[in-house]
Design a protein around this ligand. Structure first.
Ligand SMILES: *[C@@H]1O[C@H](CO)[C@@H](O)[C@H](O)[C@H]1NC(C)=O
Ligand SMILES: *[C@@H]1O[C@H](CO)[C@@H](O)[C@H](O)[C@H]1NC(C)=O
Ligand SMILES: *[C@@H]1O[C@H](CO)[C@@H](O)[C@H](O)[C@H]1NC(C)=O
Ligand SMILES: *[C@@H]1O[C@H](CO)[C@@H](O)[C@H](O)[C@H]1NC(C)=O
Ligand SMILES: *[C@@H]1O[C@H](CO)[C@@H](O)[C@H](O)[C@H]1NC(C)=O
Ligand SMILES: *[C@@H]1O[C@H](CO)[C@@H](O)[C@H](O)[C@H]1NC(C)=O
Ligand SMILES: *[C@@H]1O[C@H](CO)[C@@H](O)[C@H](O)[C@H]1NC(C)=O
Ligand SMILES: *[C@@H]1O[C@H](CO)[C@@H](O)[C@H](O)[C@H]1NC(C)=O
Ligand SMILES: *[C@@H]1O[C@H](CO)[C@@H](O)[C@H](O)[C@H]1NC(C)=O
Ligand SMILES: *[C@@H]1O[C@H](CO)[C@@H](O)[C@H](O)[C@H]1NC(C)=O
Ligand SMILES: *[C@@H]1O[C@H](CO)[C@@H](O)[C@H](O)[C@H]1NC(C)=O
Ligand SMILES: *[C@@H]1O[C@H](CO)[C@@H](O)[C@H](O)[C@H]1NC(C)=O
Length: 497
């Protein structure tokens, strides 16, 4: 787990509320907007920045699934994976598939924003399989987006194709013309210049950073040369009481694995410096436009990341906090500066919150998440903190042997460096993460051992000890029942205890 970097991002998002706009007044104004009163001139603008693979150590948000395509599908649809049916990063796992396009994508949050007269812009990575020819290629522009500058396929910094409002635009590797993080920022600034002032806007920016191949901008390629991944928490601790995949890694790790992950860690930070610039330039632009006081900015990620935890070199896809816990920074009208919300928030809550801000009647939505606007902005609506949430993950495995790792059998994947595998088809699990009476995580695997892991996060924040054999059987039974209920929940039933 890496500490969140992003100096400028912190400064720009956590700084003071806008001058002349004290919290209470703005929150009253916002409330008035929600009631759509005559004096409400225009609902708030919104910007949502979703980084790729950014972990967090501080408080933050959770993901209902620690992998790009399923998580991004949850952010768009407000649904748990068992309801949007996107289970992995492949087309066959429904990533940007026809089933997605004709189902959840038709009811994703931009569709409702557009009905509320928002002018919408999307820039950067969408879903890992977006733009392939089987599903309509670059011509497919999902409903609700007015401006669409979206990457074909998975995160790249150079040498990629964009769908620009349905037309292919091929990019090479000239920094000034092609660096994707900068390019989507520039396009969003152009979009802001073209705004008609009567309508609110919504911008979603999904930079490739800090995903591999970790290509930093030229100006940042020599930063952080002395930085190493932190050696704290579960770094290089054995995972001997955990599910079978965690019992495989060499412990302690080989020097080559450590060198590899330190290098990845440094390069991840280098790529984030361009994201820092993105946030700063957007905030400055909003200031010049005099829209900063009326704009919510959300900053988050699709999944977490690990560098050496339990001797796993680098990846995500695990049930532990380092992979499911994400950064979430929000600034906007009525939000007090520099406060930390204690209530848990999940990625499926983002679209509901966004639509709540836009003035949509959220109780009409077919979404599993809940709005955290009442927690962000003290309003007349009572807030209800979620008692728990569900994590669902379907493991990915290749059924041909990995030629680079002849000793490994089939069924595993992500076996680099040093043939340590980070995923397998039977790394398929579901967990309930509870907050109300206990700070617990309870997970069941669909593998040959029907393996169970249980953690008391209060006593053991780094999940070093699986207490399944020690914990009161009545508590295990209760968590098993809750898990079963959540795994088939839909809409309202996902929000009820
Ligand atoms: C893909 O989505 C469709 C429609 O929801 C569903 O019937 C199918 O089972 C899904 N496929 C997978 C692999 O989940
Ligand atoms: C889609 O088809 C076009 C035209 O045949 C081809 O140039 C392009 O490479 C294909 N794209 C993908 C992602 O396969
Ligand atoms: C981009 O593609 C060109 C041509 O294949 C290649 O020479 C170059 O190294 C690539 N650049 C990057 C940054 O990968
Ligand atoms: C973005 O805009 C800046 C400022 O105009 C320019 O220097 C830079 O080359 C642009 N980058 C891309 C990738 O468009
Ligand atoms: C990155 O490196 C440049 C050049 O050495 C330096 O000016 C800048 O302050 C560094 N930025 C950070 C955030 O360390
Ligand atoms: C691994 O690195 C440690 C610390 O730098 C060093 O003491 C040790 O000799 C190295 N081991 C090998 C096999 O190179
Ligand atoms: C935010 O709060 C922390 C801890 O309460 C404090 O150390 C820090 O100085 C504050 N930052 C700002 C910008 O007010
Ligand atoms: C929101 O929708 C619900 C369910 O359709 C309805 O009962 C309620 O009256 C609506 N609220 C408002 C403020 O329109
Ligand atoms: C908020 O909750 C309190 C206590 O449950 C209740 O008395 C009050 O009516 C609620 N207010 C609103 C606006 O729902
Ligand atoms: C993704 O899910 C589909 C459907 O279950 C499966 O056929 C495919 O092998 C999975 N992809 C990987 C890489 O595991
Ligand atoms: C999981 O699958 C791998 C690869 O087929 C196999 O070696 C392992 O024994 C399985 N483990 C369990 C617990 O099912
Ligand atoms: C979890 O750990 C805390 C701190 O050690 C302890 O007070 C609490 O009783 C534990 N909870 C359970 C249910 O064992």
């Amino acid at each position: 787990m890496a500490a969140l970097l992003l100096g400028k991002t912190h400064r720009n998002l956590l700084k003071s509320v806008p001058e002349g706009a004290p919290g209470l007044l703005v929150s009253l104004a916002l409330f008035t907007c929600l009631l759509r009163c005559a004096e409400c001139v225009k609902p708030s603008n919104m910007i949502l920045i979703v980084t790729d693979d950014l972990d967090v150590e501080l408080g933050g948000m959770y993901t209902a699934t620690p992998l790009c395509c399923p998580s991004r599908s949850s952010i768009l649809s407000g649904k748990y994976p068992h309801n949007h049916m996107v289970h992995n990063n492949s087309l066959s796992g429904n990533c940007s598939s026809k089933a997605w396009q004709t189902g959840p994508e038709m009811q994703a949050f931009p569709v409702y924003l557009s009905k509320m007269y928002y002018q919408t812009f999307y820039g950067g990575k969408y879903l890992n399989q977006y733009g392939i020819n089987e599903t309509g290629g670059v011509k497919h522009v999902p409903p609700g987006w007015d401006q669409w500058h979206v990457l074909v396929g998975n995160s790249q910094y150079y040498n990629y194709t964009l769908s620009v409002n349905g037309k292919a635009e091929v990019h090479k590797d000239n920094y000034e013309k092609d660096y994707l993080t900068d390019l989507i920022l520039n396009r969003s600034l152009n979009f802001l210049d073209s705004q008609s002032p009567q309508h609110p806007f919504f911008i979603m920016l999904c930079p490739p950073a800090p995903h591999s191949p970790w290509t930093a901008a030229p100006a940042y390629q020599n930063n952080f040369t002395d930085v190493k991944a932190p050696r704290d928490g579960s770094f290089d601790k054995p995972g001997k009481d955990k599910h079978w995949l965690l019992r495989q890694p060499v412990n302690p790790m080989t020097n080559s694995s450590i060198d590899y992950l330190d290098n990845a860690f440094r390069k991840r930070w280098q790529t984030l410096l361009s994201v820092d610039d993105m946030v700063e330039k957007l905030v400055k632009k909003l200031e010049v436009m005099k829209e900063l006081d009326n704009t919510f900015i959300f900053f988050t990620s699709d999944n977490g990341y690990h560098t050496g935890q339990f001797s796993l070199p680098i990846d995500k896809r695990q049930l532990y906090e380092f992979d499911i816990r994400l950064p979430l920074l929000v600034r906007g009208p009525g939000i007090k500066p520099n406060q930390t919300l204690q209530d848990p928030v999940v990625n499926i809550d983002l679209p509901v919150t966004i639509l709540d801000i836009a003035g949509v009647n959220i109780s009409t939505l077919d979404m599993d998440g809940q709005s955290f606007l009442p927690q962000l902005v003290p309003s007349f609506r009572n807030s209800t903190s979620r008692p728990d949430f569900l994590v669902e993950y379907t493991g990915e495995g290749h059924f041909t042997k990995d030629p680079d790792c002849p000793k490994l059998g089939p069924g595993v994947s992500q076996c680099f460096p040093d043939c340590v595998c980070e995923d397998a088809f039977n790394n398929t699990y579901a967990c309930v993460r509870t907050f109300k009476d206990s700070n617990f995580q309870y997970c069941e695997f669909a593998d040959d051992e029907a393996f169970v892991e249980v953690y008391n996060l209060t006593a053991d924040p780094h999940q070093l000890e699986n207490i399944v054999k020690k914990v009161d059987p009545a508590l295990l039974e209760a968590m098993n029942q809750r898990l079963i209920k959540l795994q088939s929940c839909k809409g309202e039933s996902c929000r009820q205890v």
